[in-house]
Design a protein around this ligand. Structure first.
Ligand SMILES: [Zn+2]
Length: 686
């Protein structure tokens, strides 16, 4: 795409274009495929990186079709990098709400996205490859729809001269310049490593009520966009490897020591890229019966060469398990980025490309970098293909992905071993005997501290920033785990794959998933979702009393019309007496918190007999009393640990001997260290 602007008058801008329209590039190469998505927001972008000044200069043509039944009288754009323009932005103000965060950034962390010109291009005025358009630059204004912060400039509104009718397509030309931050929120530079994400002026999502869904950039929530075709030309220094969303359409060397790399991708809702002279490259092919083959491209740091195969295996595990459980990966290629150490760009998902992150020494079996790689590869499914609004319902993709990642990782690798690091983290020591379930053990620890914070059905960007992570990720993962243990994997898998099939390349809302869960399970799960999603309830069931003793009547009884006092000596059997004793067992089960879900209660007797009951948990306690020829062995509430949200499982079982509760306490101190360490890993994921 050749693209230059010539100002002809103050009112109009003449644009000289030899423009490759969206989809044209693939058609030219015979690779155009049937549209998987609505493709109503497509971007042709040319961008030049200045690695010395740390700037981007870009031009883009956006082709936007109004897919709603109402006209659009304005456009709204995200300018995400303005979140770091200065310390008055909403993003930085929210970041300050987290403990020990300072409002001041290092000077090279400040950045901006400056739109120089915005033109509504009119194809009807096309003359020999030249487009004229209406200059709307003067119509641009910043708005703050979420918090009214007049100093935030992450959303830009542009009034249109005439409304865009339903079904009508318009094209918008934009010229902008950006200052690249030293990596913040996973985008920016570190030395000569560049990871460029959420970097171009990008439309919000126009809705059926005639409004735009275009939220300001918030510190703990992510993104939301419509699908389209991206055709992007990236100019960077010659010799630097470039990784990007999409398929490479070749590279041309320029006379000024730069090269222009072209990448095209259909049916995605975002585009990210990276470049560095230090990258090394490796490729493998993923194949699995019933799934589309996928070319895997890994750009890695030279010092991590020995871990290349581990990155491929983890990526393949995600493609395989998510693909067979939920639905196939449709793109045929994926790019895996091992970012520069300490860059802060790791652990983030973009369509057909993601960043993981490792370190020099990472013993296999310790869960890193496998966990983050499976997680971010898994986002191709929950985020990339099923694209919910991450500003409003972040749990729909992050929570689904936390659960799916946990399940895929356990299936591929088993539970991760405890790794303790020494010498500022450089030297790891792995204790293979201590293994943890990343979700049920470690996720629970995080959730426990956030359980009271926010109801999950609240708009995600309004969650309290310090606890948003656990309400979004861990809580959803735990209630999906609870659903699996309650309904069975077959039912949950069918629920999630139905959700995937119906909502791929669309924007599902929470109610859509709840309806599918009811439909597939054949149950009304409303009460379950009320408890786990619409309330900030805490779940803790416990066995409070478990006693069992020989039946004996002491005290007064009436015999022959008289009161007779029976003492222990009176009812004890004589040494020669043989009789079959009867035992009375009393078990009290309690609900210690406000979370109400049905639980099973098990009384196990010393002769092997079992007594099982399902308690609805609605009252605060329930007494189980029974008389049998055997003593109680132990009592348990939720004996199979189906309720993964139970914040304290150590009180769920009690043996007859009160002193010996089942879980051993001697592990407690080791567990705490271990949990803290692995929680750091969890926090690394996004
Ligand atoms: Zn994530």
């Amino acid at each position: 795409m050749q693209f230059a602007w010539k100002h002809c008058s103050s009112a109009a801008i003449r644009v000289a274009l030899v423009c490759v329209l969206p989809g044209g590039a693939l058609a030219a190469q015979g690779q155009e495929s049937a549209a998987l998505s609505p493709r109503n927001a497509s971007y042709d972008i040319k961008v030049r990186l200045d690695p010395v000044e740390k700037t981007l200069t870009g031009t883009e043509i956006i082709t936007w079709r109004n897919v709603q039944p109402v006209p659009a009288s304005e456009l709204q754009f995200h300018l995400y990098w303005n979140a770091w323009k200065n310390n008055q932005s909403t993003w930085l103000r929210e970041t300050l709400l987290r403990p020990s965060r300072e409002l001041k950034l290092l000077p090279d962390k400040y950045a901006y996205c400056d739109v120089k010109s915005l033109v509504l291009l009119s194809e009807s005025q096309k003359v020999a490859g030249t487009f004229q358009g209406a200059d709307l630059t003067a119509q641009m204004k910043f708005i703050s729809p979420d918090d009214g912060n007049p100093d935030d400039s992450t959303v830009m509104s542009v009034a249109l001269p005439t409304p865009v009718a339903p079904g009508e397509t318009i094209r918008i030309g934009v010229i902008w310049e950006s200052k690249i931050p030293r990596t913040i929120s996973r985008t920016g530079f570190r030395g000569n490593f560049f990871f460029i994400a959420h970097w171009f002026p990008k439309l919000g999502v126009f809705q059926s009520d005639g409004t735009w869904n275009c939220h300001q950039f918030h510190t703990h929530t992510e993104f939301f966009s419509d699908y389209g075709v991206y055709d992007v030309q990236i100019t960077a220094p010659t010799g630097w490897l470039v990784g990007a969303t999409g398929i490479s359409f070749g590279m041309t060397k320029n006379a000024d020591g730069t090269s222009t790399h072209r990448f095209v991708q259909e049916d995605v809702h975002d585009f990210a890229w990276t470049t560095s002279p230090d990258y090394r490259e490796a490729r493998r092919r993923f194949e699995h019966p019933g799934l589309r083959a996928v070319e895997m491209r890994l750009l890695y740091q030279p010092e991590h060469e020995g871990q290349a195969e581990r990155h491929f295996r983890a990526t393949a595990a995600a493609l395989r398990y998510y693909g067979t459980w939920f639905g196939g990966y449709p793109y045929g290629h994926i790019t895996v980025i091992d970012p520069a150490y300490g860059s802060g760009a790791g652990g983030m998902e973009y369509p057909t490309l993601f960043t993981c992150g490792t370190r020099l020494w990472n013993p296999f079996g310790g869960g890193s970098p496998e966990g983050v790689t499976v997680h971010e590869a898994g986002h191709q499914f929950w985020f990339g293909i099923v694209a919910n609004n991450e500003f409003e319902h972040a749990w729909l993709d992050e929570g689904f992905n936390t659960f799916s990642e946990s399940r895929a990782s356990k299936t591929e690798y088993g539970p991760a071993a405890y790794v303790r690091r020494f010498f500022r983290g450089f030297v790891p020591v792995m204790v293979s005997e201590i293994r943890a379930d990343m979700l049920v053990d470690l996720g629970l620890n995080g959730y426990r501290n956030a359980a009271r914070s926010d109801t999950q059905d609240k708009t995600s960007f309004l969650y309290y920033p310090d606890t948003a992570f656990n309400v979004t990720y861990a809580k959803t993962g735990l209630w999906l785990e609870t659903l699996e243990r309650t309904l069975g994997w077959e039912t949950l898998q069918k629920t999630m794959s139905t959700h995937f099939a119906r909502w791929k390349f669309k924007h599902p809302k929470p109610e859509d998933f709840f309806a599918i869960a009811n439909e597939v399970s054949g149950r009304d799960l409303t009460a379950f979702f009320d408890e786990v999603h619409r309330k900030a309830a805490v779940f803790d069931y416990a066995i409070d009393t478990a006693v069992s003793g020989e039946v004996e009547i002491l005290g007064y009884v009436q015999r022959d019309g008289k009161y007779v006092l029976l003492r222990e000596a009176d009812v004890a059997p004589s040494p020669n007496e043989r009789r079959m004793p009867l035992y009375e067992t009393r078990v009290v089960v309690r609900r210690l918190q406000d979370g109400v879900l049905p639980v099973e209660v098990l009384l196990k007797f010393q002769n092997g007999d079992e007594l099982r009951d399902t308690w609805d948990g609605k009252d605060t306690w329930k007494l189980y009393r029974t008389v049998k020829s055997a003593k109680l062995d132990y009592a348990a509430v939720d004996p199979e640990h189906k309720l993964a949200l139970d914040i304290n499982y150590t009180n769920n079982t009690r043996r007859l001997e009160r002193a010996s509760r089942l879980p051993a306490t001697k592990w407690a101190s080791k567990w705490m260290i271990w949990l803290q360490d692995l929680l750091q890993t969890l926090l690394f994921l996004a």
